[in-house]
Design a protein around this ligand. Structure first.
Ligand code: G1P
Length: 286
């Protein structure tokens, strides 16, 4: 079944990145020359999604403005003969069909996903957490999940092996068996476990293909870790009803919700540009 919709929960306050996120939406921080959110949207489009649904909150208007037309800017660039740049700006607003839905209360990731129900209704859909920026140009990480869904059906989540001391930062899964290298049948999961309660070191990373059954579960879901309605808790229940697959993705992930991850992603992406690469190497050498 085709996955045509991708949901981006973007209502988070970015407390891990204060003070810059006091007034600036964390998804708008730049990665070289584009905001973080753009990388996730580009990945979703390259994975076959056609509709983007952003679950926003207060102080996130800049995201709507970024993907909208900017007539004054376009006219100014045209009048100055900067036609190529103008074309680039117009392209952003034509990039995708984007719908914005407000999450009125910050009740957690599970609640944010539930806000997409009126649009996704009864079809399988993708979820992308914009803080997690993945680099794999040949095969975008979300497309790797979509392929598994097309082959096996059911829900699919992205997995990465993490060091035991880091399990408490992620949702951690329990695999029943590995059907082929890197493809696990998931039977249980726990959000941010203590190292001694973790069922494995396979961590959920921010890409999902979800069954619409998740909405029914989320409506009943009680608050979990951190007092929030956790998506992990809902997928845990889903495991008992429908197949849930975990795929150890191919690619490199940067957690751009933290200063270290964001800086590393900037350096890594800038190294692809010969001019910037030379500049970075010179800075490091000196
Ligand atoms: C969320 C999910 C968690 C997942 C993580 C990946 O946590 O709840 O299961 O492992 O994203 O980045 P957050 O980082 O929003 O606390």
């Amino acid at each position: 079944m085709k996955i045509s919709k991708c949901v981006f929960p973007v209502a988070g306050l970015g407390t891990r990145f204060l003070p810059v996120t006091k007034e600036l939406a964390k998804e708008m921080l730049p990665l070289v020359n584009r905001p973080i959110i753009s990388y996730g949207v580009e990945e979703a489009l390259a994975s076959g999604c056609e509709e983007i649904i952003m679950i926003t909150g207060r102080a996130k208007r800049s995201l709507e403005d970024y993907f909208d037309r900017s007539f004054e800017l376009e006219e100014l660039l045209k009048s100055r003969g900067k036609l190529e740049l103008c074309e680039k700006i117009v392209k952003i607003s034509n990039m995708a069909e984007i719908l914005f839905i407000r999450q009125r209360e910050p009740l957690g990731l599970g609640h944010a996903v539930l806000c997409a129900e009126p649009v996704c209704k009864s079809e399988y859909f993708a979820v992308a957490l914009p803080d997690d920026v993945f680099i794999n140009r040949e095969s975008p990480v979300l497309s790797q999940l979509v392929k598994v869904h097309e082959k096996m059906g059911g829900t699919v989540i992205a997995l990465e092996e993490v060091a035991p001391e880091n399990v408490s930062r992620y949702g951690i899964v329990k695999s029943q068996f590995e059907i082929e290298p890197g493809l696990h049948k998931i039977i249980d999961m726990i959000e941010k476990p203590r190292p001694e309660e973790a069922p494995s070191n396979l961590a959920i990373m921010g890409r999902y293909v979800l069954s619409p059954t998740i909405f029914e579960i989320l409506k009943e879901q009680k608050a979990g870790t951190g007092g929030e309605i956790q998506l992990t808790d809902a997928i845990r229940t889903l495991c008992t009803r429908e197949p849930v697959w975990g795929v150890v993705y191919n690619g490199r992930r940067f957690d751009c919700g933290t200063q270290k991850g964001w800086l590393a992603a900037n350096v890594r992406l800038a190294m692809d540009d010969p001019e910037l690469k030379e500049m970075i190497l010179n800075i490091v050498r000196s």
